[in-house]
Design a protein around this ligand. Structure first.
Ligand code: FMN
Length: 340
């Protein structure tokens, strides 16, 4: 992509809470753009991560943050319903149900953005909207490229107006969260095939297609739709270089075509993953709003990860997961590059 001087415009999607330094550097070294998810990271961890990536690759890489939409709840609401629904899972794992409510959920975005400015990564990609103009100007003056993420045409236009250098157009096929910010995610479910050409027509900045691309055919199709590049998540998550748990990788290897669902079970926001007992149990009762639901169910997910229990983890996956058959990230990159 001209924007970043990439050999092949293939972007490794960031995985909030699940990114791998090794995989990010591997994709950048291969001539694409590796991305690393900084969701939940405090400023010290952000500085450390960017420094490590810089040490691992001489090529451009991206880091990624979630922008607050404004509907995030703060601690203090009544969570007795969601906690009661989750109780059998806590009992099963022998864990106490969370008690003391934290002072705040997550890390302050201002502190995260300041840390990114300080660290000066080559690229910062963003989901759930764009940062304020003052930040965009400051990032530009420091040579940091900004990439926004849109689930609708209106969001892509807003991202361009906010000063982004490129926009990821992500269809409903994609694994992980639906990153809508202008309308509710449930009302912003456009597929990649319909979304990408409409975004290409609506904006002047380069459009990176995401969602459902897992082999050379998907890459060639995205190019035919007018995309300047592709962003791929699930196919890389399946590889041994990713930071997904063994149970997660095994579930991706087993997956059949219709096994993913959109659910609010993990965080309170809509996200795509493989249906399992965690989702079934949580969806049987009330679900707390974002990000309180992460606090309600987080310890179960963490402990299930630790014990290798796939049924109680969040097994994020996109609809193209059955197409992702390769175990090695270098092989995935070569397969995708063959389609461009
Ligand atoms: C486990 C997981 C975590 C993700 N976390 C983020 C994130 O923090 N920020 C982001 O921009 N995209 C995130 N995504 C989306 C991916 O970066 C990518 O856009 C998406 O997976 C592309 O669709 P695909 O899964 O069909 O390839 C995540 C996806 C997955 C599967």
């Amino acid at each position: 992509m001209a924007l970043l001087d990439l050999d092949v415009p293939i972007v490794l999607g960031p995985f909030g809470g699940m990114s791998s330094l090794e995989l990010t550097a591997l994709v950048s070294d291969a001539g694409g753009l590796g991305s690393y998810g900084l969701y939940g990271y405090d400023p010290a961890r952000i500085a450390d991560t960017v420094a490590r990536l810089r040490a691992l690759t001489e090529r451009p890489f991206a880091v990624n943050l979630w922008i607050p939409v404004g509907d995030e709840v703060t601690p203090g609401g009544d969570l007795s319903g969601p906690l009661a629904t989750a109780r059998p899972l806590y009992d099963e794992l022998g864990l106490p149900v969370p008690g003391d409510v934290p002072e705040r959920y997550g890390v302050d975005i201002e502190a995260q953005l300041d840390a990114v400015l300080e660290a000066r990564p080559p690229v910062l990609s963003l989901v759930f909207g764009m940062p304020p103009t003052a930040f965009v100007d400051e990032a530009r003056s420091r040579g940091i490229r900004l990439v926004g993420t849109a689930t609708t045409v209106a969001e892509a236009v807003a991202i361009e107006e906010a000063g982004a250098d490129a926009v990821v157009a992500t269809g409903l096929e994609a694994g992980g969260h639906r990153v809508s910010f202008l309308r509710d995610a449930a009302d912003s479910l456009v597929g990649t095939f319909a979304l990408v050409p409409q975004v290409v027509d609506a904006v002047r900045i380069p459009v990176i297609a995401a969602g459902g691309i897992a082999d050379r055919r998907g890459v060639a199709a995205a190019r035919a739709l007018g995309a300047s590049g592709v962003q791929v998540g699930t196919a890389f998550l399946r590889t041994r270089q990713s930071a997904a748990s063994d149970a997660h990788r095994a579930a991706l290897a087993r997956i059949a075509a219709d096994d993913t669902v959109l659910t609010r079970a993990a965080t309170g926001r809509l996200a795509r993953g493989i249906r399992n007992r965690l989702i079934d149990t949580v969806e049987a009762g009330p679900i707390a709003p974002f990000p309180a639901q992460s606090w309600v169910i987080g310890p179960v997910r963490t402990e299930a990860n630790r014990r290798g229990l796939g049924e109680l983890q969040s097994l994020w996956a996109g609809q193209a997961a059955p197409l992702a058959r390769l175990d090695d990230a270098g092989d995935v990159f070569r397969e995708l590059a063959a389609g461009w």
